[in-house]
Design a protein around this ligand. Structure first.
Ligand code: NZQ
Ligand code: ZN
Length: 386
């Protein structure tokens, strides 16, 4: 096991009717900016619950943050923060609203030339404006981690940011919010959280027995609850396990002491930036090709995953490892998610070259757990995913 440090300061308030506890978590004298997305919270009653809980708090609102939170829109919110002397941010939404709020938390206290530098120059945030979240969509784990992904439509870019100052102070997780989530987004959440675990697990053995079993247990739980969540999102037992699995998949715990990959996400983000494909679906496009291309480097973990998660016990290490990739692809299809780029766009020719060029231009010489995935290899993987 590798050496590691681990600190996660986010307080989780989990369970039925927990949104009513909101006011306890926000300083009494705060001036709050309530941030939300395209309006789903006004239809499903979450907005009303939040407003009721905050009836004695000074609140300004900013809605309309789109999926794949857009830089230009967030810059409008930043102006509100400055004009209104906001002291506390509250995100009510999924990963997009929470990530947008993290960007604002960083940008509000940033004194460089342009806040875009936080993304373009990888400036880590050690202190941001304090914020909390009410999670409406389990998927990203953003409610308990310190990372964010921001999109800039103008330049078709999607860039990551983060730092120890960007953990939410608290996150309220009421699994009852899942009842109103459309099938497409439920499938996305299952897909995204599943891949988060794979990115931190599907590398090479390093004797981290507990981390491996944490990861495998999250994968098994997602596989078990997926059909139930899709069939009936009001099933509280399935919904609560879904929500907690998504949080645990990316709150830092399972990645400590083990090699991490994250190349599937790096390539996937480019597909969202270029074609607007949902984040989770870009992962389903890239992951099978990525595991096939890196088969030799990953086959021991693939075979372990085959045995422990999918119960594939017959055959050689190679046989099991290959069967695991097939089984995983099948699982994505069962979620109703397509796994080839050509199934999402007709305009895919040249995509692999474009992504490889972007990585080269950014100086991203290598990716992956061995830091051996150079842009020419990225190009091959994306081509395999056509
Ligand atoms: O905008 P509204 O109207 O609220 O509708 C949203 C949105 O259209 C809807 N929705 C959310 N909660 C709902 C609901 N509809 C009905 N009932 C509810 N309770 O769902 C749609 C998608 O929301 P979004 O927040 O975009 O989804 P998700 O949580 O999947 O977030 C995706 C974003 O997070 C980033 C992705 O790249 C993408 O930009 N990620 C963030 C990560 C992180 N911070 O750690 C890691 C991930 O790998 C990912 O990259
Ligand atoms: Zn993801």
């Amino acid at each position: 096991m590798n050496n590691f440090e681990f600190k996660n300061p986010t307080k989780i308030i989990f369970g039925k009717n927990t949104i009513e506890k909101l006011a306890n978590e926000i300083p009494k004298d705060a001036k709050v900016l309530l941030l939300y997305g395209g309006g789903s919270i006004k239809k499903n009653g979450i907005y009303d619950q939040v407003k009721t809980a905050l009836s004695n708090v000074d609140v300004v609102e900013f809605g309309g943050i789109p999926a794949n939170p857009e830089y230009a829109k967030l810059m409008a919110a930043l102006k509100v923060i400055k004009d209104e002397n906001i002291t506390y941010l509250l995100a009510v939404g999924g990963g997009s609203v929470i990530d947008g709020t993290k960007f604002l938390s960083a940008a509000a206290l940033y004194d460089g030339d342009t806040p875009w530098d936080i993304l373009a120059k990888n400036i880590r945030t050690h202190k941001g404006m304090p914020f909390g979240t009410v999670l409406t969509l389990p998927a990203t784990g953003s409610e308990m981690n310190s990372g964010a992904v921001i999109t800039r439509a103008e330049t078709k870019e999607k860039r990551t940011m983060g730092g120890p100052g960007l953990f939410p102070e608290f996150s309220i997780l009421d699994p009852q919010v899942i009842a109103s989530i459309p099938q497409r987004q439920l499938a996305n959440g299952l897909m995204d959280s599943f891949t988060h675990v794979l990115e931190q697990y599907m590398t090479y053995p390093i004797g981290a027995l507990l981390q491996d079993r944490f990861a495998e247990s999250i994968l098994q739980t997602i596989i078990e609850i997926a059909p139930k969540v899709l069939k009936d999102p009001t099933d509280y037992k399935a919904a609560s396990n879904f929500m907690w699995s998504c949080t645990m998949a990316l709150n830092g715990l399972i990645q400590k002491g083990v090699p991490n990959d994250w190349a599937v996400h790096a390539m996937g983000h480019e597909l969202t930036a270029l074609f607007g494909i949902d984040h989770a679906r870009t992962l389903a496009i890239i992951a099978p090709s990525h595991y096939k291309f890196n088969f030799e480097a990953k086959k021991e973990k693939l075979a372990q995953y085959a045995e422990r998660v999918w119960n594939i016990t017959e055959g050689s290490t190679d046989d099991k490892a290959y069967a695991a990739i097939e089984k995983t692809t099948e699982f994505f299809h069962e979620l109703g998610i397509k796994t080839k780029l050509s199934e999402y766009t007709e305009d895919y020719e040249g995509t692999a070259e474009e992504i490889a060029k972007r990585f080269t231009d950014r100086g991203w010489k290598t990716l992956g757990e061995h830091q051996t995935l150079s842009p020419d290899k990225v190009e091959k993987i994306v081509k395999m995913a056509y």
